[in-house]
Design a protein around this ligand. Structure first.
Ligand code: NAP
Length: 255
């Protein structure tokens, strides 16, 4: 059975680059209409729209900061106004500052920004999308967490805390929304070759250290995270909710 999402409507946050961009393209290739959010990189967002089948007939980019409730509202309203429904929400937007940050040097501003985007930014879009899903008596929510949400991440402890918070949020929502036939799951990637990791993966010694710590011996391509996200949005995952799908080459058990 092929995965098809013909005439469905998906919302993806952080769709202009990396995992989000791969997800937008894959969903569009499977027949879905897609409305995606980006924060500031309009050129990257436009390139993603152009690369999708159907172009701007079926794929819409919205400049929206997920940390702001009014922007989340604009994103969801755009989807409902244009396509009249929401079948899937992929809460993917996130930040990970590459420089190691010891806790005693972490500022209140750095902590607040991390939590505002990675944790509150998941709440805002879910908060705005769920009433539409309840009305239609169903939907899929897929949140992108991280290995760091399960084992923590030293020198990036605010990131680990935000991603762990997301997992707990998903677990609670999955049972709360199950009576409405809304399935809520996480995908938790390990290292993925995106702009986020460029500062680390372009250092040969660091790249060797990271690759040798992954049982499959390499970092993931963004498409390799987009495919499990698609699976969770598809009919193939109709009895899965409250789960954390690890996509990490075996890495979560190591290091
Ligand atoms: P990326 O390549 O840096 O892309 C980030 C995307 O999020 C961009 O589209 C960016 O928009 C958008 N974004 C950032 N802040 C936003 C905000 N406040 N509002 C709306 N959009 C915002 O990142 P990625 O590697 O694909 O990561 C995607 C998700 O996977 C994140 O949640 C990340 O934590 C998680 N993850 C990544 C890895 C990894 O190794 N890469 C591992 C585990 C988990 P602009 O283009 O406009 O900046």
């Amino acid at each position: 059975m092929d995965i098809r999402l013909d005439n469905q409507v998906a919302i993806v946050t952080g769709g202009s680059r990396g995992i989000g961009a791969a997800t937008v393209k894959l969903f569009a290739e499977c027949g879905s209409n897609v409305v995606f959010a980006y924060r500031s990189n309009a050129a990257a967002a436009e390139a993603v729209v152009r690369s999708c089948p159907g172009g701007n007939e079926r794929v819409i980019a919205v400049r929206a900061d997920v940390a702001k409730m009014r922007d989340a509202r604009k994103l969801i309203e755009t989807a409902v106004t244009r396509f009249s429904r929401i079948d899937a929400l992929v809460a993917n937007a996130g930040i990970w500052p590459a420089d190691p940050l010891p806790i005693e040097r972490m500022t209140e501003r750095e902590w607040d920004e991390m939590i505002a985007i990675n944790l509150k930014g998941v709440f805002t879009v879910i908060n705005q999308a769920v009433p539409h899903m309840i009305e239609r008596k169903g939907g899929r929510i897929i949140v992108v967490s991280s290995t760091a949400g399960q084992r923590g991440e030293s020198f990036h402890t605010h990131y680990g805390a935000s991603k762990g918070g997301v997992i707990s949020f998903v677990k609670g929502l999955s049972t709360e929304l199950a009576p409405h036939h809304i399935l809520v799951n996480c995908v938790a990637p390990g290292w993925v070759d995106t702009d986020m990791c460029v500062p680390v993966l372009t250092q040969p010694r660091e790249a060797r250290r990271i690759n040798s710590g992954i049982p499959l011996g390499r970092v993931a391509r963004p498409e390799e995270v987009a495919m499990p996200i698609l699976f969770l949005a598809s009919e193939m995952a109709s009895y899965i909710t409250g789960e954390i799908l690890n996509v990490n080459g075996g890495n979560v058990l190591c290091g």
